[in-house]
Design a protein around this ligand. Structure first.
Ligand code: ASP
Length: 343
């Protein structure tokens, strides 16, 4: 564990742990493109003014492009936070933007009811570039981590987003993340937090350390062969199907999705239906193609949850139980504001 206290002299300031994991924010140009090189300690040297906000220690867990981040890494981040949870008032995790929403969702299930802020941030441009969002995102993340907000959040381009509601919606702009089907918690403007909502009150913090990562995602395309679904059901514990519109499954003459799911469920697998439409979620009851499936098979429905959250939640649930009723009960239990719809 690398440690760098930037402001030991300050008294009364919050103590924040910066956890480095890589990403563009920490990247430098190599022979074949950007690669994460800088440690969390080196990142902080670019923003010396942050020591005016709080006292900071740093650890570097790994240096990865977030394309390479897996659920094992979520466990590693959660474990590192758990290990020093009592010593710090808040945590900043610097991370690549590409899978940050998945990690934010993963941490939201691995660290439930955190009474301290756990803030993920990163950047679209490396911290060493002349034009970069890195420095402002780091400043804003530390401002939130040193505030009285709590829980897992993603802070980017001034927006504070619930960890279960974030999605990367722009691949290049600084405005990279959106809050899906849920308001942003607030914004950071000129170093000040303007809070719009106040999510759930504080309860006892609980850490988890098991995930079942055998969760697959199938995005339907017109004409898709249901053999693809059969394969995924056979090789996974759960399959999330991103269907069209408010939700439904195609009925073809050539093969039955209904029968394929039925066989998967009989083999003990879990199936979740969600939508590939970004906003407003699913409602399988509306059309025959959805309601007939929902009425006759014990599938789950994601409603207003993000696909990132559904995937992470299912990995967490299946780490606890494989009993179908218990899986359903946990799936529909709101955690960190991940699901709202009345059903
Ligand atoms: N490919 C990078 C990553 O996710 C992109 C970024 O950080 O913005 O690590």
């Amino acid at each position: 564990m690398e440690s760098c206290r930037t402001d030991i002299s300050s008294v009364g300031k919050k103590r924040i742990l910066l956890v480095g994991t890589g990403g563009t924010i920490a990247s430098e140009m190599g022979e074949n493109g950007l690669e994460p090189e800088l440690t969390s300690r080196q990142l902080l040297r670019y923003v010396p003014d942050i020591s005016g906000i709080c006292e900071i220690d740093c650890i570097q867990l790994f240096s990865l492009d977030s394309t390479n981040i897996r659920p094992e890494h979520w466990l590693c981040i959660a474990g590192a936070i758990q290990e020093c949870y009592e010593q710090y008032d808040g945590f900043v995790v610097s991370h690549g933007t590409d899978t940050m929403a998945y990690t934010a969702a993963g941490l939201s299930y691995l660290i439930q009811n955190s009474c301290k802020p756990i803030v993920l941030t990163g950047a679209q441009k490396p911290i060493g570039y002349e034009t970069t969002d890195s420095k402002q995102n780091l400043r804003d993340a530390f401002t939130v981590a040193a505030s009285d907000l709590f829980g897992v959040m993603l802070v980017f381009n001034g927006k504070i987003i619930m960890g279960t509601r974030a999605r990367k919606t722009h691949s290049k702009s600084f405005e990279a993340f959106s809050s899906i089907n849920y308001p942003v918690i607030g914004v950071v403007q000129d170093g000040r937090i303007i809070r719009y909502i106040r999510p759930d009150g504080k309860r006892a913090t609980r850490f988890y350390d098991i995930l079942d990562s055998k969760v697959a995602l199938l995005k339907l395309v017109p004409g898709i062969d249901c053999g693809v679904l059969a394969y995924l059901l056979e090789h996974s514990s759960a399959v999330i199907i991103e269907s069209f519109g408010v939700g439904g499954l195609p009925v073809y003459e050539t093969g039955s999705f209904y029968e394929t799911i039925k066989r998967g469920l009989e083999a003990g697998k879990i199936a979740v239906l969600t939508t590939q439409v970004e906003n407003e979620g699913s409602d399988l009851s509306v059309y025959h193609v959805g309601s007939s499936i929902k009425k006759n098979l014990p599938i789950l429905e994601a409603y207003d949850m993000t696909t990132e959250a559904v995937i992470a939640k299912m990995m967490w649930i299946l780490g606890q139980t494989s009993e179908r009723e218990k899986v359903a009960e946990l799936f529909y239990t709101p955690i960190a504001c991940d699901i709202l719809s009345a059903f």
